[in-house]
Design a binder for this molecule. Sequence first.
Ligand SMILES: O=C[C@H](O)[C@H](O)[C@H](O)COP(=O)(O)O
Length: 259
Amino acid sequence: MKATTTLSAIEQSKRLAAYTAVDKHILPEHKVIGIGSGSTVPYVVERIVAQGRELNKDRVFIPTGFQSKELIVMSNLNLGDVDQFPTIDVTIDGADEVDLDLNCIKGGGACHLREKVLAEAANTFIVVADYRKNAEYLGTNFTPGVPIEVVPFAYAQVLRKLHDVLGSPNATLRMAKAKAGPVVTDNSNFVIDAPFPREIMMDPSTILAKIKMLTGVVEVGLFCNMAQAAYFGNEDGSVTVKRKVESKVVEESILPSES
Ligand SMILES: O=C[C@H](O)[C@H](O)[C@H](O)COP(=O)(O)O
């Protein structure tokens, strides 16, 4: 008997967002494509592969870390690096949460340093996520806090500054699940998760700048004013699209029959 896999509502929403974003933004003229990290991105790659060998043979795909590198290689797509291709046509990535202005929390998978490099290198940076990530303010549903990559040598000092100076008394070093000790990033650094109160998260650019100034911080998982559009798959099969038009964010809904 043939095994069938039924995707959960959340997985279907991730797939819907990813497929819709690829259909709208990965066009035949795009030759250098950034591939983000997380559980939504495999659907991005799946849809790109479905565009066919003819289109993909002249493209190069740039990963944001170990996971996306494996995805690219396993999908028989051409692998490149951002130092060979410092300008990327389009980067598509997941997010832990997205606010009304398209600011994002990223780094739930500790990949935000490389993700930010690829987002900045891209002419167009697109975010894909399920409906749970679509929020008014950052920190609404995603509660572990802002991911902060730090050099191991400085982590205790950065934690102290987050607790005593920047207003995150519950900031903690992220610990590994199947290893004794802390999570170690693809860049051999540690990650701190720093939750901030609502009034601070309402102005993510200001707290981003303050955290970034702490000595030992490599990168902060706040992506402010970077995404041109975010696609959220919904449970009813529709897709909510938020996109920047002349520096304002407009929202539209793509109905199930159209997506
Ligand atoms: O470090 C991880 C990345 O920022 C991911 O893109 C983010 O955590 C979202 O992942 P997911 O698609 O699994 O929700």
